[in-house]
Design a protein around this ligand. Structure first.
Ligand code: WTA
Length: 637
């Protein structure tokens, strides 16, 4: 069994072991899994390439470890517990045996439709069990899944399908969200119309049953293809370093990149981190509220929990339907033991008032987690008192799409907790702080750029089709370091607090947005000459999107114009990227070499116009006054 640390002494011991002898430490963990062939070498690495290989030569299939391995002792235990959007609709439970069967059937359906090992399959689906089943079915046959969050627009979906040249798209007809039925298949149709020539089949899961357009050449129903398949599908033998999935994420420049994770290391690390961070015990019910469209859903709804033989819950709906007590009602109803959500949800629910949480019995909760963005002290305290009731430690987990799993987090009941601190690295994780010149900042009570000096098993291996970009973005800033893009503080006790991005990435409600990406979308509007997007503090979302735009010709109806800009962004990326504030400016402050001075724009957007410092060396210092005045006027409304 994967090591589960029980006390501080064991943590210290495991951490020391993992640093003194990483290969020995991770080999011990890896040995607890089922391998078709054992690895020849535990680790080979070089951050220059980068070229990282864990468990080289090892052969496995991750689904054998998620499913088959559990059939002997937990066949009838619930693997996936699904809570529908409508609180009155039926809960669906898949036992390990049933999930195994469902995955094998779906895997056979993929094969019957020409999907082979190494082919890419795109998912664009709401949070229904078929999403988890489909993802596992890909892994079963060695196809690579690329899940796209179903809130992205058709244009964003098309970009991702094309980048990965997906052979198949799996979607639903519609998505139940609160009181709404949101079209899903329709968005896929639009995307296909944008030149996704690689797609041979669109597999449609009937979710709401409402009408959809049908294309006989491409479209097939999930139930027609899957239901009559055999429930026997031998697991494909995969190399430890074969691709398991691609997941697109935003960076500071250019289009989103496809982060690539591979089979062996990802398996070992997600299981290890799940068991330790959540201290999952036999019989517990674990619930992560994320969407499988994000890395949190991949690692801590699907893979980590299933590898550990846990009961993992999937929720179809939204936190505010039918009211702001829904999360707590579900925790009470299913006697949830570990609950994992995002600060933005905590802040939004906190704002609705305590009566929604106070009326439920939350005594089953043993651990409550936070992920995706820094959690502010007020939200931390509310979460601790109102949800944890002072009895369930908060695990503020820091990690990234690129890290595959949680790297820094308290271990509940084992290491202490402190508001806003993700605190200590997990075994195998070696964080360092650097200054801008790459000098190591030693000692405690210091601040710097957060880097990792040694690989952990689930570190990204590349960005799909763009290895050089991967090197540039993560491994070129500092020699022999993985650079996270985050700034962090280390307190007097060596705990880490991650403050936020130091690059041009904005974290909106825990969703990563590249400023360049949003600017490119805004620039699609006919009347835009140039735009600049920055983040600013937002009470609920953590960060909001603030856009400065220069127009071609004067605007008479500003309100209508702002709506148009939002519509363009929704069309190009999706509603999550809509700017919260749009300021029309006569120009943008620039350096003499023509670079936009984002530092100034960030200060103005954050209401700190009086902290701009010396702006006289700008190319156009006069523009700063105009930007400041415009911002003040916009704020007044
Ligand atoms: C931020 C989400 C502070 C951080 C798993 C990181 C956090 C980015 C935390 C990755 C946390 C995530 N405290 N900041 N506990 N967790 N972040 O790829 O800026 O969607 O770089 O992965 O979210 O976001 P991603």
């Amino acid at each position: 069994m994967t090591l589960q640390i029980k006390n501080l002494e064991e943590y210290n011991e495991a951490y020391k072991h993992s640093v003194d002898d990483p290969e020995g430490f991770w080999a011990e963990q890896a040995e607890t899994f089922k391998w078709m062939k054992k690895w020849d070498e535990v680790l080979e690495w070089d951050f220059k390439g980068p070229d990282v290989k864990w468990f080289k030569g090892g052969k496995l299939n991750i689904t054998e470890n998620c499913l088959d391995r559990h059939l002997e002792d937990r066949a009838d235990q619930v693997a996936i517990l699904w809570e529908p959007n409508d609180p009155k609709a039926d809960v669906i439970a898949y036992t390990y045996k049933e999930l195994h069967e469902a995955v094998c059937k779906a895997a056979n359906a993929l094969k019957a439709n020409g999907v082979e090992k190494g082919d890419r399959v795109c998912f664009y689906m709401p949070m229904v069990p078929e999403l988890a089943i489909g993802v596992l079915a890909c892994a079963r046959i060695g196809a690579v899944h690329s899940v796209v969050f179903a809130g992205f627009s058709s244009s964003a979906l098309a970009d991702r399908i094309k980048d990965a040249t997906c052979k198949m798209v799996i979607c639903s007809d519609y998505n139940h969200r609160g009181t709404k039925n949101i079209p899903v298949k329709n968005v896929v149709d639009e995307a296909i119309g944008m030149g996704c020539d690689s797609v041979e089949t669109v597999l449609v899961h009937k979710n709401t049953g409402a009408d959809i357009a049908w294309n006989d050449k491409l479209d097939k129903w999930w139930h027609d293809e899957v239901d009559n398949q055999s429930a026997d599908c031998p697991a494909e033998q995969m190399d430890a370093e074969d691709m398991l999935f691609i997941l697109y994420t935003s960076g500071s420049t250019g289009k989103p990149k496809g982060v690539v994770h591979t089979c062996g290391g990802y398996m070992v690390y997600t299981c290890f981190s799940f068991k330790n961070v959540f201290q999952y015990k036999e019989g517990d019910v674990y619930w992560c509220t994320a969407d499988i469209g994000w890395i949190t859903g991949h690692s801590y709804i699907v893979y980590g929990p299933l590898l550990a033989g846990a009961t993992t819950m999937m929720f179809e709906g939204v936190p505010t339907y039918p009211d702001a007590g829904r999360f707590w009602e579900i925790c009470d109803k299913h006697r949830v033991n570990q609950f994992y959500t995002a600060p933005t949800a905590i802040r939004a629910l906190m704002a609705q008032g305590d009566e929604y949480v106070d009326k439920y019995d939350l005594s089953s909760l043993k651990v409550i987690g936070s992920v995706g963005e820094p959690i502010n002290e007020e939200a931390w305290n509310w979460y601790n008192q109102k949800v944890g009731r002072g009895n369930a430690p908060i695990v503020d987990t820091w990690w990234q799409t690129e890290t595959g799993g949680i790297l820094i987090s308290p271990l509940p009941g084992i290491t202490d907790t402190k508001p806003c601190y993700a605190s200590y690295p997990l075994p195998g994780v070696q964080p360092v702080l650097l200054d801008a010149d790459g000098n190591l900042i030693e000692g405690n009570d210091v601040e710097g750029l957060l880097c990792m000096k040694f690989p952990w098993p689930s570190i990204l291996r590349t960005t799909y089709g763009e290895h050089e970009r991967c090197r540039q973005v993560y491994f070129s800033s500092f020699e022999n370091m993985y650079f996270t893009g985050d700034g962090a503080r280390r307190d007097a006790n060596g705990r880490y607090r991650v403050i936020g991005r130091v690059d041009d990435v904005i974290n909106v409600s825990g969703h990563r947005m590249g400023t360049a990406e949003v600017e490119n979308a805004i620039n699609e509007h006919d009347n835009i000459v140039e735009s600049a997007v920055v983040g600013y503090p937002h009470d609920i979302k953590g960060q909001g999107i603030y856009a400065y735009v220069i127009t071609n010709h004067a605007i008479t109806d500003e309100e209508a114009f702002r709506k148009e800009i939002k519509a363009v962004v929704t069309k190009m990326i999706g509603p999550i990227a809509k700017p919260d504030m749009i300021q029309i400016v006569p120009g943008l402050p620039k350096t003499r070499s023509g670079k936009i001075m984002r530092r100034i724009l960030r200060k103005v957007a954050s209401g700190k116009s009086d902290e701009l410092g010396d702006t006289s060396t700008l190319l156009n210092p006069e523009i700063v006054e105009a930007v400041k005045e415009g911002a003040a006027a916009l704020k007044k409304g």
